[in-house]
Ligand binder design. Structure first.
Ligand SMILES: *[C@@H]1O[C@H](CO)[C@@H](O)[C@H](O)[C@H]1NC(C)=O
Ligand SMILES: *[C@@H]1O[C@H](CO)[C@@H](O)[C@H](O)[C@H]1NC(C)=O
Ligand SMILES: *[C@@H]1O[C@H](CO)[C@@H](O)[C@H](O)[C@H]1NC(C)=O
Ligand SMILES: *[C@@H]1O[C@H](CO)[C@@H](O)[C@H](O)[C@H]1NC(C)=O
Length: 465
């Protein structure tokens, strides 16, 4: 036994002292908050970008800004709309006649995702709920004539999924915002008359478990009164125990403050991070909002999406996978297919994803496309490709295999029994079953159990702060 190392799997101890904590409105205090445990365990969510931009559905959800900024959107408008047409007029065509929140929520549940985040308001300023602070520019007054945030929230929760809301702080063309900007942020009319009341209304009415903030970058967090708002959110709001927020609370907060970091859009660093993070990415490689003229090769394949998930989770992140519904309220079949494929993969392999922790190695130092997680006494190794000659050769786990009782199974295929393995010159060779008898596809998860894998109940936890 001398010289053997124990391979511990980190156990998250967060969530135990949430009630007791009282946060001060400064980052030092807020950054001490424990991450609510549900979020780390969930690993995968669905992001939905839906709003008035889904009507032109051309270019991207930045349509309005692109149009005012020149470029190909100007030409698109010239070709397709009368000269005096305004962006506001698109809202009438945001009909959502096929929007059935229960059908969407059922699809999201079938995708295997554990949470859903909807754009409650994007940079265009249009509220997807009957906000008192967005008179005539919300989904009840113009467009669908419905409370989209409310309907989707009820349906998502009925499917046992967690509900979250995206919210943009800035609004491109809001006169109050532009006037504050002109004052070099010395005035805060927009914050006090629009943003704060609107965020309180959202939290009080819909009680989301994620507040995914965005549009923060032009102004300092002091302009947004971010720390004061977050202290209220964490101390007093009806969601104080469950809520998680990201890192977009003012210029300079990105990748620095918040329950989880998003850093860049599509952030996937490929190495272990010391703070919980999220890879917010899009199934349509180019945009978040729906594009009518998207081409099939511009969508990620299921293999690519599984790779995103597996690499993200191994490095301590969650994956937030985006879809853009149409103005009619449909989710086009290519998105449906990708979500259902993800669900199919997770229904076989979810054991190596949900509730796991990063392991001491992220990808194998020999087989770089094999990624690790762990849970309790098991280490999971996900091979993104079926191994050549049915033999997978690994190095990072070689110490575990010094124990001759180490057991390896192919997750979801336990009927094939324990897999044979052999160590030669420090390389562990694991014999896969014949592919024809395996139900797994796209990526293959091995479960490795040894008496040398130990659960470590010790507050050395990379996730907490
Ligand atoms: C929405 O879809 C569900 C499930 O398919 C169905 O039972 C329900 O009747 C639909 N609701 C409406 C208003 O069409
Ligand atoms: C709801 O989901 C959680 C995990 O997110 C699971 O533990 C629980 O059993 C589920 N409940 C139902 C009723 O499906
Ligand atoms: C804002 O700052 C800019 C650049 O520092 C300066 O030119 C401008 O006069 C300032 N405006 C106001 C209203 O203070
Ligand atoms: C592990 O993954 C990283 C990031 O994808 C990659 O750069 C590296 O080459 C991989 N390691 C090996 C041994 O392939």
């Amino acid at each position: 036994m001398v010289g053997w190392t124990l391979f511990w799997c980190l156990v998250c101890l967060s969530g135990h002292n949430l009630q007791a904590a009282k946060f001060e409105p400064n980052w030092n205090s807020l950054d001490n908050r424990d991450l609510p445990q549900w979020y780390d365990e969930a690993k995968i969510g669905i992001f939905i970008h839906w709003g008035v931009y889904s009507v032109p559905s051309f270019g991207s959800e930045w349509f309005w800004s692109n149009w005012k900024g020149g470029g190909s959107t100007v030409e698109f408008m010239k070709q397709n709309y009368p000269p005096k047409f305004t962006y506001q007029e698109f809202a009438k065509e945001f009909t959502a006649e096929f929007f059935n929140a229960s059908e969407w929520a059922e699809l999201f549940r079938k995708s295997g995702a554990r949470y859903v985040v909807l754009t409650s308001k994007h940079h265009e300023g249009y509220a997807m709920w009957p906000s008192k602070y967005s008179y005539s520019w919300n989904s009840l007054d113009i467009g669908p004539g419905r409370d989209i945030v409310g309907e989707l929230g009820n349906a998502v929760r009925a499917e046992n999924l967690t509900y979250g809301l995206y919210h943009s702080l800035y609004e491109w063309f809001n006169p109050m915002y532009l006037s504050d900007k002109k004052s070099n942020w010395t005035k805060q009319e927009f914050v006090y008359n629009k943003i704060l009341p609107e965020m309180h209304e959202l939290i009080q009415t819909y009680k989301p478990s994620v507040l995914w903030s965005d549009g923060e970058w032009e102004a300092p967090d002091s302009y947004w009164t971010a720390t004061k708002f977050l202290a209220w959110l964490y101390n007093e709001s009806p969601v104080k125990n469950d809520i998680v927020t990201n890192d977009r609370w003012g210029s300079g907060t990105l990748c620095k403050h918040g329950d989880f970091y998003t850093c860049l859009d599509r952030y996937n660093p490929g190495v272990l991070q010391t703070h919980k993070w999220e890879n917010a990415m899009t199934i349509d490689k180019r945009t978040w909002g729906y594009r009518r003229n998207a081409k099939i090769e511009q969508f990620y394949t299921i293999e690519e999406l599984i790779k995103e998930l597996v690499t993200t989770v191994s490095c301590g992140g969650n994956l937030l996978m985006n879809i853009g519904p149409t103005k009619e309220g449909t989710i086009i079949p290519i998105y449906q297919e990708r979500l259902l494929q993800m669900g199919k993969w997770l229904s076989v392999n979810g054991e190596g994803i949900f509730g796991t922790k990063p392991w001491i190695a992220q990808n194998d130092s020999l087989a770089g496309d094999v990624w690790y997680t762990c849970k309790g006494f098991a280490v999971y190794a996900t091979a993104l490709k079926w191994p050549r000659g049915n033999v997978l050769s690994l190095v990072s786990v070689s110490d575990i295999f010094k124990d001759s009782n180490t057991k390896v199974t192919l997750v979801g295929n336990e009927q094939t029994g324990y897999l044979a393995w052999k160590v030669a010159s420090g390389i562990v060779n694991i014999k896969f079953p014949d592919k024809s008898i395996v139900i797994s596809q796209w990526a293959y998860v091995l479960k490795i159990r040894s008496s040398r894998n130990q659960e470590l109940k010790d507050p050395i936890d990379i996730h907490i702060h």
